[in-house]
Ligand binder design. Sequence first.
Ligand SMILES: *Cc1c(COP(=O)(O)O)cnc(C)c1O
Length: 344
Amino acid sequence: MKVIDLRSDTVTVPTQAMREAIYHADFGDDVYGEDPTTNRLEEMAAEMTGKEAAILVSSGTMGNLISLLVHCGRGDEIIIGDQAHIFYYEVGGMSALGGIIPHTVTNQRDGTMRLEDIETAIRGDNIHYPRTRLICLENTHNRCNGIPITMEYTDSVKELAGRYGLGVHLDGARIFNAAAALGVPITDLTRGADSVSFCLSKGLSAPVGSIICSSREFIAEARRVRKALGGGMRQTGIIAAAGIVALEEMKERLTDDHIHARRLAVGMTGISGLTVDLETVRTNIVFFHLEDTGLTEDDFMARLEERGVKLLHLGSFQFRMVTHHGITTQDVDLALDILRDAVG
Ligand SMILES: *Cc1c(COP(=O)(O)O)cnc(C)c1O
């Protein structure tokens, strides 16, 4: 039976071009800064995001953690959306390992935080308070339906941060999806951030790796923190070679994923028992709600699994599907038939 795996774009596997690039790559010891393939990937990433320097790390979680540890000291506070991936899904690493306090602000449905809410959350100068250091943004916003955040918004947060002497970190795990959906260059979306992290291993289909881009000074410090976390690796060209192919060949096709997600969402509006907010489906993520059809959530998941569709159950009758490389128009249509069958 064919399995249509819509749990995440992380299930993508390396392309043939990536496998060949890995085979032919030149290697050195990256802890000495001598892996030529990794150096090339880092230069490419810095240039693409309009930053001075970049560093390859093992995951998006590590990229965000290192960034926060560079921006903040122990007891410092960051302002972050209450739906942010860093707050929700990164094991509280900032607090456990950095003594950093998350000060959450409500995420609006469009993935933004109101500027006035951010401003209210910024601490004044008072001996009782922790120091606010940083504002964290996320683009595309995972838990807000993968919605892309505009450069106008990011710039306005940067302006606010600047007035208070705060930094801005952008969790841009899917920043290339955001740029594709908005039809703007990546640099428009990253110029408002002092540091940005993005994933090679999601829609871009590389097997491993994320990248932090920032100033030369910031990245030099990030290199120390990465080493402390055990993230200094040796012949990382084996990872970077696939990352280079990801950046060179896999960005343009993200639009296909967005078209597929849209097709999936539009198709679902015709299935009674499932509700989807079409307006929010702008990239490759589709959230939907299972109405009262007499089915339990477990029944529904089991029916889909039996018929070969995998998706993510988020609780409270909410589910998520993500389109990615390897999911075709035919797969989308088949998944729709299976969804209709499962609730029918
Ligand atoms: C996936 C993701 C991350 C973390 O990446 P991992 O490689 O899974 O650690 C961070 N932020 C967002 C928004 C993500 O979607």
